[in-house]
Design a protein around this ligand. Sequence first.
Ligand SMILES: *Cc1c(COP(=O)(O)O)cnc(C)c1O
Length: 233
Amino acid sequence: MDIRLNLEEIKNNIEVHARKVNRNPDDILIMAVTKTVDVERIQEAIDNGITDIGENKVQELIDKYPALKDKVQFHFIGHLQTNKVKYIIDKVKMIHSLDSIHLAQEINKRAHSNNIVMDCLVEVNIGSEESKYGIDPLNVMDFIKSLESFDNIRIRGLMTVAPFMEPEQVRPYFKKMKELFDCAKSINQKNVDFKYLSMGMTNDYTVAVEEGSNIVRIGTGIFGKRLYNMEVK
Ligand SMILES: *Cc1c(COP(=O)(O)O)cnc(C)c1O
């Protein structure tokens, strides 16, 4: 896999699809999803313009952190267990997977003791799928309001992993996310400061861009197929 060429193609596609709907392609962040990808290949992506990476496992993030912390910003994008918040609170720029009050409490507590305010996205289970984490779309507004007392959390927007379908079939879900985003953005609450709509992966990012995403999270499209039994170090 040629990481440089892959990134070039992705940038081109984003440009084409952003222009199609009169958006500025520069407003869209390409986040490289680096689960199972080793430090050398991540470095190659960084050398080709990647500034932000997403990991979905705490241990893997911790393993790669020392080698990359001065070169790239880490995001946490996977399901986060409350007992592991303490290991990443000082390492990540944003947590994309806030999906319960219990987790919010822990993030708030750890952020407070680190003297920081943690940027978080509320994960939405936009397809209301049994197998997926995230807040049901019907409960997103109430969920955000229930976070009001957490002064060490800043709610920056929404994230979703859309149902896995043909890209065109995913479009209605992305539209619904954008509607939710615009609705929740107007909540008048001191820790709500909406900026990011994190949606679109290798399979469907061009559609996500057309529907208003400003963070696409791309793994396979940059690094090729993941080898899950590979030793990650
Ligand atoms: C793995 C993963 C991605 C990237 O998936 P690809 O299909 O490889 O682009 C994006 N978001 C989350 C939350 C992931 O776990």
